[in-house]
Design a protein around this ligand. Structure first.
Ligand code: AMP
Length: 564
């Protein structure tokens, strides 16, 4: 590639000038429509979160403390007691939402659907929780979950939360080796899985993979197996139990364990590619608070909103914005089992139309696939119910952003680009759609109460216009407390570079003259061209700016002239 050319294109990209202020209509109906929240949070960020904790959390014991920061470690509400599953279920039923749909589930095979109310979810969770207790699972244990996108996946997570066991969800697309590694790392003794899952019209052999994993994870003693496809699967008498048999005869009442605010809710491994995956350790109250507030404010969730986060529950996005945030907000969500291209590329739009989805959240990769397939797919469906669109997972190139806004959002829905990570637990950099003027490609501004900065190699703030390391300068409620089993690695990875008060995200970022953040991808995804450190993302974006290019991936190759 001609470097000069690439540079010019990158400059053009980063100088993307269009802004999209909220429409009067959106602002008037928005959950947050006043900049006052930013001022309030800046004046006293601990007080800001403490006040929200009173609104968003039902406590068994009210906390007196808010944040305690012994750098680099922070705790939140450390003397409070609660149960996350109780908040997500019992609290909703008590508030009169028992008959409200929690999940519209859509199976991948056409025509298979199931609606679950909050009341039904509470009963299913309680029965499984009692079943798990009968297997000897209790507070402080770890339980592996390796499933597809079926309603029983959130049920399994909530059942663990109810009895105080930490769940370790492993994405259903991962191999037996990945599963075994995560089970070994966390010492799980029970694994909840299913016979097979559906993906792109084929069956995924989850139980067989789990059997293979068990050979490399000797602590696994019991398997709970959900019937999904109904096909025969290998069976080990005494170790394996069918889900239905386990819950059969179990009571629909299950007392929720009193948990401390700093007890572990779950462990989730980051998608590290080279080194051993890190099990981010998330706790109960701070996590629940932060995911719930961000869910309601960023995605503009009202009582009657139909919400669809199209991620997999196996990722942090699914944990936070399919399970815990939406349920704690008493929201109706869509849960789709399968592939967006099955049986054809309009599957998502058919679902949006059928359930009158209002807010839809997905990743740029999928949006770029939609771009590639063409606007005729969304055009087949009535998408007029949509009010808001979101993206997460990687930087979104402005062209894809504008396409999404135009062809999916009908030029009327704000597109919120949300930046966060497995370790942050919840969204940290994002627009608030009723307030923030949007710029395609920018995640805009830190959420109220979040203090971010961009630093150079020596730890100095680079100021507006400059690029460098994205850092967070003080804790937030949902920060991962440590890496399971490796506290030194936690300190080293996130606080090793600039000292114990500065969390280093590992992402590069630039800030423009309005202090908007432009994420540039992982700081290690850079290549050195003629002495310039170019982010692979910047180059990828420049390429897909050309309308003939739908996807691009940039890898470096040594060159005699310009170096590596
Ligand atoms: P994970 O922990 O696997 O969810 O991945 C987190 C990483 O995804 C971040 O460190 C970023 O590199 C990237 N990421 C997530 N959201 C965004 C976003 N909105 N813009 C740019 N990069 C993002």
């Amino acid at each position: 590639m001609e470097t000069e050319h690439a540079h010019a294109a990158i400059e053009a990209l980063l100088e993307e000038r269009r802004t999209f202020p909220p429409t009067e209509e959106f602002r008037a109906g928005a959950v947050i429509s006043d900049e006052e929240v930013y001022r309030r949070a800046e004046e006293d960020f601990e007080g800001f979160w403490a006040e929200l904790a009173g609104e968003f959390i039902g406590w068994f014991k009210q906390p007196k403390k808010t944040m305690d920061w012994k750098q680099p470690h922070a705790t939140w509400f450390a003397d409070g007691e609660l149960n996350v599953a109780w908040n997500c279920l019992d609290k909703q039923v008590e508030a009169g939402r028992g008959g409200k749909i929690a999940y519209h589930w859509v199976g991948e095979p056409e025509g298979e659907t199931r609606d679950l109310t909050y009341d039904q979810l509470l009963r299913e969770v309680s029965r499984l929780a009692n079943g798990l207790r009968s297997l000897g699972v209790g507070k402080g244990d770890r339980v592996g979950i390796y499933m597809g996108m079926v309603p029983e996946l959130p049920v399994a997570m909530l059942a663990c939360a109810r009895i105080g066991a930490a769940h370790v969800v492993v994405f259903g697309g991962f191999s037996a080796e990945s599963l075994a590694e995560r089970m070994r790392d966390t010492g799980a003794r029970v694994l909840i899985t299913q016979d097979e899952g559906w993906r792109k019209g084929s069956k995924v052999p989850l139980k067989r993979n789990a059997d293979d994993a068990a050979e490399e994870a000797p602590d696994l003693e019991r398997f709970v197996v959900l019937r999904r496809t109904g096909d025969d699967v290998p069976w080990i008498e005494g170790r394996d139990v069918w889900w239905d048999d386990l819950v059969d005869g179990q009571s629909e009442d299950c007392e929720a364990e009193r948990m401390n605010a700093e007890d572990v809710l779950f462990l989730l491994h980051t998608s590290g590619t080279t080194a051993k995956p890190k099990g981010a350790q998330h706790t109960t109250a701070g996590y629940l608070l932060h995911v719930s507030v961000t869910h309601r404010w960023i995605f503009d969730i009202h009582e009657d909103t139909v919400w669809w986060c199209a991620a997999d529950v196996g990722w942090i996005t699914g944990h936070s914005y399919i399970v815990y945030g939406p349920l704690n907000n008493g929201t109706t969500s869509v849960l789709y089992e399968g592939d967006p291209a099955y049986p054809d590329w309009d599957r998502h739009w058919e679902i949006v139309e059928r359930y009158r989805v209002n807010s839809y959240y997905t990743a740029p990769t999928l949006i770029r696939s939609f771009v590639k397939m063409g606007p005729e797919y969304p055009a087949r469906h009535d998408l007029s119910s949509l009010r808001l669109l979101g993206t997460v997972g990687e930087p979104i190139n402005p062209e894809a952003w504008v396409w999404y806004w135009k062809y999916i959002g009908g030029e009327r829905c704000p597109v919120v680009d949300t930046w966060w990570q497995t370790e942050t637990g919840a969204i940290l950099i994002t627009p608030l759609p009723g307030i923030t003027p949007l710029k395609p490609g920018s995640a805009t501004l830190p959420f109220p109460g979040i203090l971010a900065d961009v630093l150079d190699e020596h730890g100095h703030s680079v100021g507006l216009g400059g690029g460098g390391y994205l850092v967070l300068k003080r804790p937030w409620p949902s920060i991962a407390r440590t890496i399971w089993g490796d506290p030194d690695r936690y300190v080293q990875t996130y606080f090793g570079k600039f000292g114990p008060e500065t969390y280093v995200a590992g992402d590069g970022a630039k800030r423009d003259e309005d202090a908007y953040y432009w994420l540039l991808g992982r700081i290690d995804d850079v290549m050195n061209v003629a002495g310039h450190r170019l982010s692979t993302f910047e180059i990828e974006s420049a390429l897909v700016d050309n309308e003939k290019v739908a996807e691009s991936a940039v890898v470096s190759k040594p060159d005699d002239l310009v170096g590596l």
